[in-house]
Design a protein around this ligand. Structure first.
Ligand SMILES: C[S@@+](CC[C@H](N)C(=O)[O-])C[C@H]1O[C@@H](n2cnc3c(N)ncnc32)[C@H](O)[C@@H]1O
Length: 580
């Protein structure tokens, strides 16, 4: 009888295997249980876990049954109370006996829990559980703050108008994202995003994973915030080739490919080089690129370290833009609605220890978060999730290690001789990984040698310029060597873009900043774009009044150079140069 032990071991994921929950189960050749049975048990038990956790705690099951761990207690209680055939073990099995002894109390507590949640019958409760009504977002009690299902229409294959009459035929258009945030999964509503082109928000938990459009890559599940970097990079026909330095699973790579293809109709082909250091994640990247039909644009550098890419090599001679989305703490990630959340009952002593036949003591898995004294496991169902690998240890040590790596990768990108644009992003909410890295990068030798500066808000592509949440200054966390006046720091923060999780905007926690080269080394297109906002800057840009080495002063100088060059206009959210 290995079903429950094996399920507990899969959940513990003690070897930190990557990939989705499904792929971890189906790839594991050592399992005795059928993968389908194992997956069904885990996914069903997780749906009920919020209620069952409560039932188990009220019964004091873990205090009385020393053989049970929180995970085993949850899986067994699920089968005892809800599975058609009950606990799948022979009558005398030690685990079966451990829960059977408490059947009457568990059943009584389960009935009370059902009534507490306001469901008169088990069928009504079942329906609510299936629709995810009990499992709200990370911000409980406010439906307006739930995380919508964000869907990017893949313009390499299809168009928004085509999808609206096919995949989303019969869906009603709403005028606010909150309307879809509040809607239940069965409601057919969509909201067309005003900031990012070709992006839709749908009710949380809506299941499109079986749709043909998803299967063939016409639509891609991608959080709104995660679409910011490729859009902000704003690659145009003059920008040459593009590098995605940290690519897997590939959402931003395929988004980049779609934006590159848009500008390539009449001009020479631009390539996207996608670097991914991890071999296993490179396989996912390959699948994603193929499914999105981006193979003719994207060259995958599988298992290759971007830090080892030689900026001066012939291959990258035409690289004008670089997107960097390096590994981070992942503190902005929202428990996705297509991910499995397993709420485990609280165990007063040894709550973090899972025992199992072969491997007696297993360390707590990094996917667990302690929540109100008990534990919640988060498992991805989607291969295409940007999985983060938190470094063990104290938060401050982890942040130092991560930000050192992030700064290295960003300054490496600044070395590519023809590069004129870089975006740097993380799904972290920590200043150290975000604005902190931006400040340090700007203060680096390579940034001043090559003339890199931040792309101010006024010059950003329309949707990003309109986005209200900007960078945050936390002076006490700033590297003391960063020698800038307060007004300069504020200007840099205003150039940075943030998203917060658990808000009425429905995004994950995210950060992105763009860098550009100055007029002397930058592209004409950018120089022109600086001139385009010159007038607007005089009205809007309040960040600087002195003429010293400030960011804004540098922008002003660029703008004045630009005023002597051709005038330009914006097209489809993109900066275009036009001769008069
Ligand atoms: C945050 S994830 C990227 C998510 C991806 N941009 C997306 O949107 O789908 C970071 C990725 O960068 C990879 N990575 C980290 N350091 C790298 C390096 N030095 N060179 C190439 N890839 C790296 C990690 O293995 C991980 O897959």
């Amino acid at each position: 009888m290995s079903l429950y032990y094996e399920a507990a071991a899969v959940l513990a994921n003690s070897n930190n295997a990557g990939g989705s929950l499904k792929s971890r189960i189906y790839r594991n050749k050592d399992l005795k249980t059928s993968p389908a049975q194992l997956f069904a048990l885990i996914s069903e038990a997780s749906k009920w876990s919020l209620i069952l956790k409560d039932v188990i705690e009220r019964c004091g099951l873990l205090a009385e049954e020393k053989k049970l761990t929180p995970t085993l207690a949850l899986l067994l209680t699920h089968d005892l109370l809800l599975a058609k055939c009950g606990v799948a073990a022979h009558a005398n099995h030690v685990l079966k006996l451990a829960v059977l002894r408490h059947k009457a109390r568990l059943s009584a507590e389960f009935a009370k829990a059902r009534l507490r949640h306001g469901y008169a019958t088990l069928d009504a409760l079942r329906q609510a559980v299936e629709e995810g009504e009990l499992e709200e977002s990370d911000v409980p009690s406010n439906k307006a703050y739930r995380h919508p299902r964000w869907v990017r229409v893949n313009t390499l294959q299809t168009s928004m108008s085509e999808q609206l009459v096919t995949t989303f035929a019969g869906y009603e258009k709403t005028s606010s994202v909150q309307e879809v945030q509040r809607a239940s999964a069965s409601v057919k509503k969509y909201f067309e995003d005003p900031h990012i082109p070709n992006l839709l928000a749908l009710p949380p938990k809506v299941d499109l994973s079986k749709s043909a459009a998803y299967a063939n890559g016409a639509i891609i599940f991608q959080d709104k915030a995660s679409c910011f970097p490729a859009y902000l990079l704003d690659v145009g026909p003059d920008d040459g080739d593009v590098i995605d330095g940290c690519a897997a699973p590939g959402n931003k790579t395929t988004h980049l490919a779609a934006t590159v293809a848009e500008g390539n109709v009449h001009v020479k082909r631009q390539k996207v080089f996608a670097y991914e250091r991890d071999r296993i994640r490179s396989v996912t990247l390959q699948k994603m690129v193929k499914r999105a039909s981006a193979g003719s644009i994207v060259t995958i550098k599988a298992g290759a370290d971007f830090l080892a890419a030689n900026p001066d090599s012939e291959e990258f001679a035409d690289v004008g833009a670089i997107l960097l989305d390096p590994s981070c703490s992942g503190s902005g990630i929202v428990g996705r609605d297509d991910s499995i959340k397993m709420h485990l009952p609280y165990q007063a002593v040894g709550a973090s220890v899972v025992t199992c036949k072969k491997d007696k003591k297993r360390k707590r898995d990094h996917n667990m978060t302690l929540y109100n004294g008990s534990t919640t496991l988060h498992m991805s169902l989607d291969e295409a999730i940007a999985e983060e690998t938190p470094i063990e240890g104290q938060l401050s040590d982890r942040l130092t290690a991560l930000s050192t790596f992030q700064l290295r990768i960003l300054t490496h990108a600044m070395r590519f001789p023809k590069a004129r644009k870089i975006t740097y992003s993380t799904c972290s909410t920590h200043f150290e990984e975000n604005e902190g890295v931006v400040f340090q990068a700007l203060a680096s030798e390579i940034a001043s040698a090559r003339g890199w500066t931040v792309l101010p808000r006024q010059l950003q592509v329309q949707g990003m310029k309109d986005w209200k949440r900007r960078g945050i200054l936390e002076p006490e966390k700033l590297d003391p060597r960063v020698d800038l006046a307060h007004v300069q720091k504020e200007a840099i923060c205003n150039a940075c873009i943030r998203c917060e999780k658990g808000t009425e905007e429905g995004t994950m926690g995210f950060f992105v900043a763009a860098f550009i080269r100055n007029a002397e080394t930058g592209s004409d297109r950018y120089v022109a774009s600086l001139g385009a906002v010159e007038d607007a800057e005089e009205d809007e840009w309040q960040g600087c009044s002195d003429g010293g080495g400030t960011v804004e002063a540098s922008m002003q100088r660029q703008a004045s150079t630009a005023s002597k060059r051709p005038r330009k206009k914006r097209q489809r959210g993109r900066t275009a140069t036009v001769d008069e």
